[in-house]
Design a protein around this ligand. Structure first.
Ligand SMILES: [Zn+2]
Length: 229
């Protein structure tokens, strides 16, 4: 009989993988509060009136603000909140910086995408699609001095000003996580889809072949992804 019981137990253990014990309701309450404060504060820092530097500053102190606000709302001390959070249910969250990856990765902030100077070759297509009469179509003579062939890359502020709400939110959450000490985190990367991980692009500009810095990753080659729980 004993063997049968043991076998039954063994079979049962194969059928039902051991489940995590349910979370203490008090701990669950703290976890829910921290996650909801995180969402709300990231959203605040992403608002259209928030400037880039302000968003970086807000992200840098987000952990502290989340703990303080959660403690206040739950009538606990910040230490009690942190202790409960240590017993949290693990829910991995992935934040993809996407288009804004070059900022934390140290890509070129503004400036030109190429330092090359050259003498542009007149573009023959301009002659075909030109002005209303043959007289106004006459092109000025090409400059005798070489001119900079580079085009401006976005500065960090310009990226922020033109980013979508989702891109801004990923940037703020990513910056918060990278500085936070109360979460476990790891960084992943994938090739920039625009340059396929090369960091540069070959283009034709002013009739000249040119290698420019990729205008998406600003030369950093990779997209940054932060996973945390
Ligand atoms: Zn790229």
């Amino acid at each position: 009989m004993k063997i049968v019981a043991a076998l039954a137990l063994l079979l049962a253990s194969f059928q039902d993988p051991p489940k995590e014990p349910p979370l203490d309701p008090a701990v669950q309450k703290v976890c829910d509060m921290i996650r909801s404060r995180c969402t709300a504060l990231v959203s605040q820092a992403t608002g259209s009136k928030v400037k880039f530097e302000e968003a970086v500053a807000l992200a840098g102190k987000l952990e502290e603000t989340i703990v303080e606000e959660s403690a206040k709302k739950l009538g606990l001390t910040p230490d009690e909140v942190k202790d409960a959070w240590k017993k949290r249910d693990r829910k991995p969250r992935k934040v993809a910086y996407g288009d804004g990856s070059w900022i934390p990765s140290g890509g070129q902030d503004g400036g030109l995408d190429s330092q090359v100077k050259g003498t542009p070759v007149p573009d023959s297509t301009d002659l075909v699609g030109g002005g209303p009469s043959i007289l106004t179509r006459r092109k000025p003579p090409p400059p005798s001095e070489p001119v900079p062939m580079g085009k401006p890359l976005k500065t960090r502020e310009e990226w922020w000003a033109t980013a979508t709400t989702g891109e801004r939110a990923a940037f703020v959450e990513g910056e918060f996580v990278r500085k936070a000490s109360f979460v476990e985190k790891k960084e992943e990367s994938k090739k920039c889809p625009t340059c396929n991980g090369k960091g540069t692009l070959n283009v034709k500009r002013g009739g000249l072949g040119l290698t420019i810095l990729c205008n998406r990753c600003h030369g950093t080659k990779e997209d940054l992804i932060v996973v945390y729980e």
